[in-house]
Structure formats: structure tokens, C-alpha cells
Ligand binder design. Structure first.
Ligand SMILES: NC(=O)c1ccc[n+]([C@@H]2O[C@H](COP(=O)([O-])OP(=O)(O)OC[C@H]3O[C@@H](n4cnc5c(N)ncnc54)[C@H](O)[C@@H]3O)[C@@H](O)[C@H]2O)c1
Length: 250
């Protein structure tokens, strides 16, 4: 039976690479994003490579939107096997400017946005006693504090708790929940001068033991593994994928 996988924020970056990897693996990929053109382009790329995919606009800040997209996919395909909760933002906000609104905006996408998309899919997964969820955390949430990104670090640390809680509550229902905590990965987010390292991001390779920043595909392949039957006895784990950064001696 073809695996049905829904990926949030999969028009660009890590989400896009993950969508392409699932497409190659033979899954039917439900590409979702607020970026409609980019999302349609990913679908076209998957189909051109011989895979199967469709696009739905989904803003993970919307409960109605998440409920509707999950319902539409289940109505069309009968089920959702896998959810990759990837959508995220990392806005630079120094503490004096960190208002309730800015805090809530990041939490709404990076943390609650994960639960919003998982929640409506649980009934179907429970009925089939089968399902897999992979959520995106960050090394900034599990090990590093990130100055001027306190809300981001807090939300990404929250992802670890969310993954653990969901994993335990859902384990007996046959549903596994894991996470990935990327290090520095070459995406629009990392290359943004305003919000992250900027165009000089490659310099970070000097202090990463493996000597380079990561590529989106480096994360996509680990997500694919965690979602697969190869990880059938893993749940509640957040796997660091950082080229050795956190264990380096600097
Ligand atoms: N790039 C890195 O170095 C890095 C490191 C650690 C964690 N991450 C995490 O990986 C995930 C992907 O990041 P990326 O680097 O590919 O970033 P990116 O900016 O390239 O892509 C983020 C994606 O999320 C989407 N998105 C943003 N707000 C959304 C919303 N409200 N609803 C739906 N989609 C929305 C964007 O449209 C985009 O497609 C994020 O959760 C990010 O925090 C990235």
C-alpha cells in the first residue's frame, strides 16, 4: 500500500528536500505550505521524477485549516500514515523588543503548529493502530541558547517535550513520535542576514567537526529513516543531526 505522507512547510528548505526524498521512496507526498508557488513547484518536481504528490495550502496557525486539509487528504486517500511537522520560523528579536505578540507568533507556528496538524490525524491513526510523526526541533532548543532568539529556543525546547508526551500517550495505539534537531543547515532561514548567519554561513564549517554546514538532504534522509519501519522500536527521541557540532571540543 502506498504510504501517504503530509509535510508542513515543504515548499522550500528542509521540508522541500524531505518531500523530494519521500517522493523518491515511492510515497504519495502531500506538500503543504503558505508558499503556494513553491509548493506547486515541489509537486511538479516529484511528479517529473516519476513520483506522486499533491499540494494543499496550509498555514499551521489555523486550526480550521489543519482540520480541513487532514480531512480532505483522508477523504481522498483513506488515511494519513506519516506527518512531518517541519514548518518553522526563527525571527531575530532582541529581548527589549520581544513583545507578547512576537513571542506568541513564533510559538503558534513552531510549537502549537505541530500539535494542530497531528491532532486531526490521530483518530485515523488510532483506528489503524499505525502512524508516524516526525517534528523539527533544533540544536538551539536542546543544547544551545540562542541570543536574540529566546522565543525560538524556548519553542524548539518545547518541541522536545511535545514529542516525548505524544510518544508516551500514543505508543500503545501503534503511533510513533520522534523529532530531529538540526544543526546549521543551508536553507533560506540560515542564509537570512536579518534572522541568522547570513550569506557567510559556510564559515560555520570551520567550527563544525565534519568541516561543513549541513544540506537539507542531510536532514531529509534522517527524517525518512525515523518515519520508516527501520525505526519501528524508536519513539520519543529527538535525534541531533549537526555534523558533530554539539560533541565538538571548542
Ligand atoms: N536551517 C537550519 O539551520 C535549521 C536548524 C534547526 C532547525 N531548523 C528547523 O527546520 C525547519 C525547516 O526550516 P528551514 O531551515 O527549511 O527553513 P525555511 O525558512 O527554508 O523553510 C521554512 C518553511 O516553513 C514554512 N512556514 C513558515 N511559516 C509557516 C506557517 N505559518 N504555516 C505553514 N508553513 C509555514 C515556510 O513557508 C517554509 O516553507 C524549521 O522548523 C526550522 O526551525 C532549521
Amino acid at each position: 500500500m502506498t504510504e501517504i505522507v503530509l509535510i508542513t512547510g515543504s515548499g522550500i528548505g528542509i521540508g522541500r528536500a524531505t518531500a523530494l526524498a519521500f517522493g523518491k521512496s515511492g510515497a504519495h507526498v502531500v506538500v503543504t505550505d503558505v508558499l503556494e508557488d513553491a509548493g506547486h513547484a515541489v509537486v511538479a518536481e516529484i511528479v517529473a521524477a516519476g513520483g506522486s504528490a499533491e499540494f494543499h495550502r496550509l498555514d499551521v496557525r489555523s486550526t480550521e485549516g489543519a482540520d480541513a486539509v487532514v480531512a480532505a487528504v483522508e477523504a481522498k486517500h483513506g488515511r494519513i500514515d506519516t506527518i512531518i511537522a517541519n514548518a518553522g520560523i526563527a525571527h531575530r528579536v532582541p529581548l527589549p523588543e520581544l513583545t507578547d505578540e512576537k513571542w506568541d507568533y513564533t510559538f503558534d507556528i513552531d510549537l502549537k503548529g505541530i500539535y494542530r496538524v497531528v491532532r486531526p490525524a490521530l483518530a485515523g491513526m488510532k483506528a489503524r493502530k499505525s502512524g508516524s510523526v516526525v517534528a523539527l526541533s533544533s540544536i538551539m532548543g536542546i543544547a544551545y541558547g540562542w541570543d536574540e532568539h529566546v522565543h525560538y529556543s524556548a519553542a524548539k525546547a518545547g518541541v522536545v517535550g511535545l514529542v516525548r508526551g505524544l510518544a508516551v500517550e500514543l505508543a500503545r495505539e501503534g503511533i510513533r513520535v520522534n523529532g530531529v534537531a538540526p544543526g546549521y543547515i543551508r536553507t533560506a532561514q540560515l542564509l537570512s542576514k536579518e534572522h541568522s548567519l547570513g550569506p557567510d554561513a559556510d564559515k560555520a564549517g570551520e567550527f563544525i567537526p565534519m568541516g561543513r554546514i549541513g544540506e537539507p538532504e542531510d536532514i531529509a534522509d534522517v527524517i525518512l529513516f525515523l518515519a520508516s519501519n527501520g525505526a519501528r522500536y524508536m519513539t520519543g527521541q529527538v535525534v541531533v543531526v549537526d555534523g558533530g557540532l554539539l560533541v565538538g571540543r571548542y
